[in-house]
Design a protein around this ligand. Structure first.
Ligand code: SAH
Length: 251
């Protein structure tokens, strides 16, 4: 289940008034509707809430239950995955859902070997969503992550720009300083995009465009990993960091 973090001032009687980036995230990224449920964390306690209604600058959430437990990470990780060959994305989706990803966005990249027609895109997506669902149930997630439509790279950049932090593990990047700094920037309530290239990796234009979009380009170590391994390693890194520092790393 999604979890949003608010200050004590957001609590108004039996409701929370959610403003700012989370208002945009709930309405435009997650496209939640009245009746949808999510958690609101306030001063260390989580409340189960229901979206009551949306105002131009705020989402009003009705509190259904105080002190609610859930298994979701307090950070929403979105895996943007360059479309790989064959059925490789299936393993990536299964593992990344187990590791806590909030959503998966398959991306057509210049070195993606496969090109799916519209019919294939639809049938693949249904299959990928079913894999996400069974992985979510198996790992006792509180929500079922969404597998989004396959989108072209430029559109992926637009979606990535909506994230609070956009990480791009790049095979040609060296040194772990940027990786360490990027992890230290993660705070509860953030949305974090992670973009992994296909088997052929990134071309230089794609990396340039990602940098223009605000990406933090990072390394996952000195060895070249297969795309599936890289996605699993990056998600593990993010997940374990957040599990260890749920309130954000102390400076
Ligand atoms: N064909 C490329 C490797 C692509 S690996 C080559 O031989 O150089 C597929 C994707 O996994 C990459 O685009 C990158 O996103 C990720 N990746 C693999 N190894 C990585 C590493 N050591 N650091 C960061 N990202 C890595």
């Amino acid at each position: 289940m999604f979890n949003f973090f608010v200050d004590a001032s957001a609590r108004v009687g039996g409701t929370f008034r959610i403003v700012g980036k989370d208002h945009n995230h709930i309405c435009n990224v997650l496209r939640m509707q009245p009746g949808d449920t999510f958690l609101v964390s306030c001063e260390g306690a989580s409340c189960l809430c229901r979206l009551a209604h949306v105002e131009t600058d705020a989402v009003i959430a009705e509190i259904l239950e105080d002190n609610y437990q859930n298994t979701e990470l307090p950070v929403h990780f979105y895996l943007f995955q360059g479309l790989p060959k064959g059925d490789k994305l299936e393993l990536t989706i299964q593992k990344c859902v187990e590791l806590g990803a909030a959503g998966i966005i398959p991306v057509e990249m210049s070195r993606s070997v496969v090109r799916l027609d519209e019919k294939k895109k639809k049938s693949r997506r249904e299959r990928w969503q079913a894999i996400a669902e069974s992985a979510a149930k198996q790992s006792k997630r509180s929500l079922i992550p969404e597998v989004f439509d396959v989108i072209p790279y430029r559109q992926a950049m637009q979606k990535a720009a909506e994230m609070d932090l956009f990480l791009v593990p790049y095979e040609n990047e060296r040194g772990m300083a940027a990786t360490k700094e990027a992890l230290a920037r993660i705070r509860p309530g953030m949305s974090v995009g992670i973009l992994i290239g296909p088997e052929g990796g990134f071309d230089e234009q794609e990396i340039a465009l990602a940098r223009e979009t605000g990406a933090v380009v990072i390394s996952l170590g000195a060895r070249i990993l297969r795309a599936e391994t890289a996605a699993i390693a990056a998600m593990s890194l993010g997940m374990l960091h957040v599990e260890m520092y749920p309130d954000g790393e102390e400076k």
